[in-house]
Design a binder for this molecule. Structure first.
Ligand SMILES: CC(C)(COP(=O)(O)OP(=O)(O)OC[C@H]1O[C@@H](n2cnc3c(N)ncnc32)[C@H](O)[C@@H]1OP(=O)(O)O)[C@@H](O)C(=O)NCCC(=O)NCCS
Length: 227
């Protein structure tokens, strides 16, 4: 079994609304801020492109991605729920979507940029803080972005987002120094449940993308970018 993923850039999103379903158009009409509306459209378009290839349908308006009560995205095809789970993230004109039939998934894009020691102290566990110190100046921003991103991905798997303390998720990364365009493993332990989530991370320009799920037996398959 595989987790499917797709990245899209803003330029790929069609100008009109013909690819949105009627419920989505109603949601869009309530989004007053242009920046938020653009990010929402980009996330929707990315998710629909991915799901249309999985569902083998070219009618993007028949696939609708609607937010559940908790904010998590849920997918429908011709009004019926698409089995499995999806996750959406958008950042700096790029969006990613992951989809899986038999596991809960979460994904998150973050910029690699300087973040303060205060940020690390407030949101990371003791072990993560220690690892941030040991990683060295050259990789610190990447490490902090990856750790934060993996926490957000984990909190999306759990469908709670930042309502929950980010220190209840402890992230372990492999190969922080890895080159671009390769998937690397990442693990997250959720406390006090002691639940283990497993997944992958990779670089995309100045961003990191993390993907987590609750089934360690899965692999990841997808496309770099929708052009
Ligand atoms: C989930 C959350 C961590 C993502 O924040 P972010 O990193 O800034 O944004 P990202 O672009 O990576 O992800 C946004 C997407 O996460 C998804 N999402 C939102 N709530 C979610 C939840 N509870 N579980 C899983 N996914 C969720 C949505 O698809 C959203 O995009 P969309 O609204 O355009 O469909 C954050 O929105 C959150 O904590 N939400 C729940 C609590 C809340 O609503 N707080 C108010 C603001 S703190």
């Amino acid at each position: 079994m595989e987790i499917q993923w797709l990245l899209c850039r803003t330029e790929a999103v069609p100008a009109g609304d013909g690819w949105l379903g009627p419920d989505e158009r109603a949601v869009q009409a309530r989004l007053k801020l242009a920046k938020r509306r653009d990010a929402w459209r980009l996330g929707r378009f990315t998710a629909k492109q991915l799901l249309s290839s999985i569902e083998r349908s070219n009618a993007l308006d028949e696939i609708q991605i609607l937010a559940a009560e908790d904010g998590a995205p849920e997918a429908f095809f011709d009004g019926r729920p698409i089995p499995g789970s999806i996750s959406i993230t958008h950042r700096s004109g790029v969006a990613a979507c992951v989809a899986a039939r038999a596991t809960k998934v979460g994904c998150d894009l973050e910029a690699i940029e300087p973040r303060s020691q205060r940020f690390v102290d407030d949101f990371f566990t003791a072990r993560e803080r220690e690892a941030a110190q040991q990683v060295g100046a050259r990789l610190r921003d990447r490490f902090v972005a990856l750790t934060w991103s993996a926490k957000e991905s984990a909190l999306k798997v759990l469908r709670v987002g930042l309502r929950r303390d980010t220190r209840s998720v402890e992230v372990e990364l492999d190969n922080v120094d890895a080159p671009r365009s390769t998937w690397q493993p990442v693990k997250a332990t959720v406390s006090p449940e002691n639940q283990t989530l497993s997944g992958w991370w990779r670089l995309y320009g100045g961003l990191v993308l993390t993907v987590l799920c609750d089934d360690p037996a899965l692999c990841i398959a997808g496309h770099d970018e929708q052009r």
